[in-house]
Ligand binder design. Structure first.
Ligand code: ZN
Length: 144
């Protein structure tokens, strides 16, 4: 069922609470050590492992998600964003100037837009980097 208008879906695994904040639109930059050529719809997969963030609860309350970090869905695709650009961090970095989520400790800023949170998480295995899988293709097909 794939054609040029419906290319193979791509996903990115992100640890909680970052994944939740991304699909809610609270976090608009994902910092990575690598770039990607992918642009457009990117499924956000909440990784099994939690990020180690002391301020996570505060961030979640700000994002109107007051439940604890351990209640967040994990091991599931929880929504989509559009990946609109990858920008290298450097001197006079524009992304660092415009987003509080840009971190100077990473080489690349992935800029995200148009977040959509799914009503129900879709459990599946994640992978490193930008990935695709049969389960993701099935999910994508069911949501066209
Ligand atoms: Zn930067």
């Amino acid at each position: 069922m794939r054609d040029q208008d419906n290319p193979e879906p791509r996903a990115l695994s992100v640890r909680q609470p970052w994944a939740q904040l991304i699909v809610q639109g609270a976090k608009d930059v994902e910092n990575r050590s690598r770039s990607t050529r992918h642009r457009g719809r990117l499924y956000i997969h909440a990784a099994t492992r939690l990020a180690c963030v002391p301020s996570a609860r505060e961030l979640l309350v700000k994002a109107h998600f007051p439940e604890g970090i351990s209640d967040l869905p994990r091991g599931a695709v929880i929504g989509t964003v559009d990946l609109i650009g990858c920008y290298p961090h450097g001197p006079d970095c524009v992304i660092c100037r415009v987003s509080p989520w840009a971190s100077e400790h990473y080489t690349w800023h992935w800029v995200l837009a148009h977040p959509v949170q799914f009503d129900a998480p879709a459990p599946m295995l994640g992978q490193m980097g930008v990935w695709s899988s049969a389960a993701l293709a099935e999910l994508s097909g069911s949501r066209v």
